[in-house]
Design a binder for this molecule. Structure first.
Ligand SMILES: Nc1ncnc2c1ncn2[C@@H]1O[C@H](COP(=O)(O)OP(=O)(O)OP(=O)(O)O)[C@@H](O)[C@H]1O
Ligand SMILES: [Mg+2]
Length: 241
């Protein structure tokens, strides 16, 4: 079972938005998915309540995530998506500790980039693979990314923080589809929004495969099952189409 946690100390970075779109995309691809809403704001729970088929199932983490994950493992889920609050509460470190991969959404601005460090530190302390995803970025022009995104990449690169090479653009479609209980690929699979989400999902699933392979090889060798430096395993996929 793979656990993907969306975490960032910064409010409004896009944790709930990305959790919902990606979980629905994984569900659409045929994976058995569970949502865990670890944020008392309940954004993910609200979105899920608007879905006609009630899937993926959502559980509230009012009493923490460990118990929910133990049950999810027995129930045979492929992926668990955890949405976390913009805090460093115990539930966030509990979720990070249980993660296969930690996704850190950040808007390409100074304050968001600064806030990323705390979450990165928590992931590093727990030896968990992590990567930043540029969210709500200005649109590319002639396939060139905006100066503010280039600045953000450069800034994070200097800190040695891995960043997904694609971007999730600021698009009303992302908010509108969530308001309808849907995800971008469900509303229009040919849209630019859908292409970005599918691109990010492809990157995440490849990274998860790489993490699991590294763990299996390390276990075979009798080495530390946590594997090598987690940063090298972070999402590396090509740009969203
Ligand atoms: N790529 C995007 N395009 C357009 N709107 C976006 C995008 N990402 C997020 N938003 C909007 O920004 C707001 C904050 O997003 P979201 O709730 O996902 O952030 P969050 O990190 O979960 O916030 P919190 O820390 O409060 O839980 C929402 O109104 C959402 O619709
Ligand atoms: Mg949220």
């Amino acid at each position: 079972m793979n656990v993907i946690t969306f975490a960032s100390r910064k409010g409004g970075a896009g944790k709930s938005t990305l959790t919902a779109h990606l979980a629905a995309t994984a569900h659409l691809a045929g994976h058995r998915c569970l949502l865990i809403d670890a944020d008392p704001q309940g954004s993910l729970t609200l979105w899920q309540s608007l879905r006609p088929d009630g899937k993926p199932v959502v559980k509230s983490a009012a009493r923490g995530v460990d118990g929910l994950l133990a049950v999810a493992m027995m129930e045979g889920y492929d992926f668990v998506f955890i949405d976390t609050p913009p805090t460093m509460w115990v539930v966030v470190s509990e979720a990070i500790r249980a993660s296969t991969l930690v996704v850190i959404p950040a808007r390409p601005g100074l304050f968001d980039l600064h806030a990323v460090r705390e979450t990165v530190k928590t992931a590093q302390d727990r030896n968990k693979p992590y990567a930043v995803v540029m969210n709500a970025a200005p649109a590319r022009r002639d396939d060139k990314e905006s100066p503010v995104v280039a600045y953000a990449r450069n800034h994070l690169d200097k800190l040695g923080i891995p960043v997904w090479s694609g971007q999730i653009t600021q698009r009303a479609g992302f908010a509108l589809s969530l308001a309808a209980g849907a995800s971008a690929p469900e509303v229009d699979p040919t849209s630019a929004a859908a292409a970005e989400i599918v691109g990010l999902w492809t990157a995440i699933s490849r990274s998860v495969d790489a993490v699991n392979l590294a763990h299996a090889r390390a276990t075979e060798r009798g080495a530390d099952p946590r594997g090598p430096d987690p940063r090298v395993l972070a999402p590396v996929a090509s740009r969203a189409a």
